[in-house]
Write a protein that binds this ligand. Sequence first.
Ligand code: HAM
Length: 500
Amino acid sequence: MAEKGKFQAIKGVRDILPPESALWNRVEQTAREVFGTFGFAEIRLPIFEPTELFARAIGQETDVVAKEMYTFVDRPEKLEEPETIGKYGDFITSIFRKYQSGEIPRNGYNEFALLEMSKSWDRFKSLEHGKPVSHEEFDNVTRMLVLRHSLQLGPEVSLRPEATASVVRAYTEHGMQILPGNAKLYYIGPMFRHERPQKGRYRQFYQIGAEVLGASDAPGIDAEVIEMLMRLFERLKLKGAILNINSIGDKNCRPAYVEKLRAELNKVREQLGADSQRRIETNPLRVLDSKLEHEQAIIEKLPRIAEHLCDACRAHYDEVKRQLGLRGIAYQENWRLVRGLDYYMRTTFEITAPGLGSQNAVCGGGRYDGLVELLGGQATTKGIGFAIGTDRLILSLQEAGEGAVQSGFDVYLAWFGPAAQVAAIGLARRLRDAGFVVELPAVEMKFGKSLGLADRLKARHAVIMGDDELAAGVVTVKRLSDGTQQKLSEAELFSYLRAD
Ligand code: HAM
């Protein structure tokens, strides 16, 4: 328990404070502007969704779904509670039915509680009427009531670990396939993964993502999505970003490659670490992601997907590369870039940025043509997109010295005396209306203290209003960087501030 008055943000989540928050706003605003020029519009998505949506889209065996989701059982919508002990039999039967149909979570906990409740009910039912109830029988009923209140009867939901699954759900739910052209959507917001926190890795982190959904899988779409990303990074002056690309094939060619990879991995099984050994069965492609030093030489000798792509996938990949060339976008091919989410096919890409240590992927994305169908939508719909890790983008900008944000006040309006306060309130309003950032002290202060505060707030100018200024119809303006001072009328003040 936290001591009284000593709360702290929980592990892996953090506050983003001013002035850093101004940098976040600038990054997000620039993304809105750049994405807007490519015809993308914002989609605002729920923070939580049915767990099943993520499990199906991202894949049950992935780290994200198997280990990292924040999952909880919501409250049930409506439940007929048994009014008396005698009604518990019907209650248990109806809950059992809901359990079997999947209406309430099919987890080990509910299964245990339901079985134990049934046993207690059977025992209670067999009691002879009119006989005094023993302590043991009383305990049996109490146990049934306790178990009832521990049942998890609501639907199972999860905080979103990513947003592509939600975009695809929304696309189908709102019938966006009938819209002309491709649906081009972007989102900005927090995601949640229970990972081990470190620099650039948090449990609540932020993404700026974009998705294109529609009937076409033209490689020009892949290239344009990447071009849009690179334009954003250029506008933000992110230096040293490296684009890695790969093609991981499709359902025609990948299964054969995966089997070949599995066979080769089995031959070197004993030399691999525990994680990679497990992945030989669950997802051999992920072995290629391994960062373990001693596995690197082994991985380099494994068969490469590029040599096993079917003709259609190879042609698609070649054309993506040609289209990137047309746009003057430099890239590195990285045959080991397989990504950690199951929905990808064909194009995958990742962008690394300097200054981030081991968590250097600032953006990841790829094509996911089968996902709409997998989530119950139209089989012909194709998709591609990416998500930028905003926390990492900001870190990289800061490390490169591009994180500075102009903060502070244009004007500190120091007033002295009640009449000057009235005038200062009016002037502050007119200055703010004109877009200047104004600090107006709420109480009167001694001259030295007030100007000292103006300095500490790093205001650009102090505007001084006292009885003398009021009588003369002017204000005194002091430029705080060099102390130069002059008396100006209000009209002159406005032109001076604009020009300075
Ligand atoms: P992802 O690679 O899982 O892809 O995440 C994208 C980016 O989010 C990563 O490159 C990284 O910058 C950032 N990120 C991920 N986990 C964390 C974390 N724990 N802390 C800080 N940053 C993190 C996706 O999420 C896909 N939905 C991208 C996508 C969109 N693919 C197609 N469309």
